[in-house]
Ligand binder design. Structure first.
Ligand code: SF4
Length: 431
């Protein structure tokens, strides 16, 4: 590792090495959403779970506007708004929480798991939600499981809410013996994508396969030394470490974005199950060909276009790999909020030599680089997109990539389409 560069940037790749991406670290002002945002896709996935945010009015506004709730929709999330109190007043807070929980449980008989989600306001930090979850779990034993996790926005990114939630679930999974072999797919996937993957695993002869989280919070697969797991999302480092502690073993692979990424991700499981190559090739041939056909049209539009990523979702590395290798885009800079070198190893290996990869953020400096580079497209958070658009730069909201089905062969064309759309819009505006 070379010495620190001037300012807060640290170059991590070895000087003089002409292989792999050019890794940097940056420390400074950040602009990211908080982990409460992940409730939007988690509540859609776990269909018998309720997410009770314990937070402030700001938290309530964030979650309501992110989820776009209609007033008659009876959403499976809510915010218990805490007013500021001193520590002596915390007993009242617990009473208030118990009252709200009792109301939710009485009103929503279909709920099987209640997640208490903590946030970052100081009045919430004083409250021990883990203890509250244990107390309430005892009270409602046999009726509703109560768990707690953090969706706080302090030093986190919006996708880490899922990591925190799943890490807690891993600790509750029953134990499997070493002889109980299974594949665990880790990361919330839209049901349509889960079904497509399940069909492919069935055709390959790989199983039993479990998904975490499942559609029901009662789906808690056993885990142990016979478990092999594949991460479906790149932002689940804490969940992966919790699975490692339970004896499960990770299958190293790129993430299932695009035709190439999906094939490599499935191949990691096929290899672990000793599936003959001829059978693997035969099973993936048709969906892979469909994905390539769907991509061809977008490749024409995206090829040669220059793209930069501001750090936001932790999806940046696999997206950059997909857009470069399968759509022909030129990568100017790939920013990512955190870089877990273990889970990102397969992605880093597929990025072009010398491309700048920045871990962390110093917002002003990064915006300066964007203004100097003037990429054709910048992938960034919601709050930064409008100012960049006002400067004539085209943007793509990274949060959209977590709300849309993008994994797997059959979504490869749609994924590329998310990046062609802003460019097409610009062209339409010009003429
Ligand atoms: S958790 Fe923190 S960052 Fe997130 S909405 Fe609430 S106050 Fe804001």
């Amino acid at each position: 590792m070379s010495g620190p560069l001037p300012t807060a940037i640290h170059r991590l790749s070895a000087a003089g090495c002409d292989c792999g991406p050019d890794l940097h670290q940056e420390h400074g002002q950040r602009a990211v959403f908080c982990g409460l945002t992940s409730i939007v896709w988690l509540h859609r996935k776990i269909q018998d779970a309720f997410f009770l945010v314990v937070g402030s009015r700001t938290c309530a506004h964030l979650i309501q506007s992110a989820a776009g709730v209609m007033i008659f929709a009876e959403p499976r999330f809510a915010t218990a708004v805490l007013q500021d109190r001193d520590l002596a007043g915390m007993a009242d807070c617990n009473d208030e929480l118990d009252r709200v929980v009792a109301q939710v449980i009485a009103r929503r008989p279909e709920i099987r798991t209640l997640f208490l989600v903590s946030s970052c306001p100081s009045e919430v930090i004083k409250l021990d939600l883990g203890t509250a979850a244990r107390r309430l779990g005892e009270r409602y034993r046999g009726r509703v499981r109560v768990a707690a996790y953090s969706g706080s926005g302090i030093e986190t990114t919006f996708t880490q809410g899922e990591d925190s939630c799943l890490k807690g679930l891993v600790n509750e999974l029953p134990a499997a013996t070493a002889a109980q072999r299974s594949l665990l797919i880790v990361g919330a996937l839209p049901d349509i994508v889960e079904d497509q993957f399940q069909r492919l695993f069935d055709e390959l002869g790989i199983g039993p396969v479990h998904f975490l989280p499942g559609r029901s919070s009662a789906d808690l697969p056993a885990v142990g030394a016979g478990t092999r797991y594949l991460l479906a999302q790149p932002f689940l480092s804490d969940t992966a470490r919790a699975l490692d502690k339970r004896g499960a073993r990770a299958l190293d692979a790129p993430f299932p974005l695009g035709a190439e990424g999906t094939a490599a991700w499935l191949a990691a499981a096929a290899q672990a199950w000793d599936i003959p190559k001829a059978r693997f090739d035969a099973v993936i041939a048709a969906p892979q060909a469909r994905a390539r056909r769907a991509l061809a049209h977008h490749r024409e539009r995206l090829s040669g276009k220059r793209i930069s990523f501001l750090p936001d979702s932790q999806l940046e590395l696999p997206l950059a790999r997909f857009l470069h290798r399968e759509c022909g885009m030129r990568l100017l800079e790939v920013g990512t909020p955190y870089l877990d070198r273990h889970t990102a190893a397969a992605e880093l290996a597929l990025l072009p030599t010398g491309v700048r990869v920045t871990e962390g953020q110093d917002l002003d400096r990064q915006l300066d680089r964007i203004r100097a580079d003037r990429p054709d497209l910048t992938v960034c958070g919601l709050g930064i997109a409008n100012p960049l658009e006002a400067e004539g730069l085209r943007t793509k909201w990274s949060i959209e990539l977590t709300f849309t089905p993008i994994q797997g062969f059959d979504q490869a064309g749609d994924l590329a389409g998310l990046f062609t759309r802003p460019l097409d819009r610009e062209q339409r505006l010009r003429f």
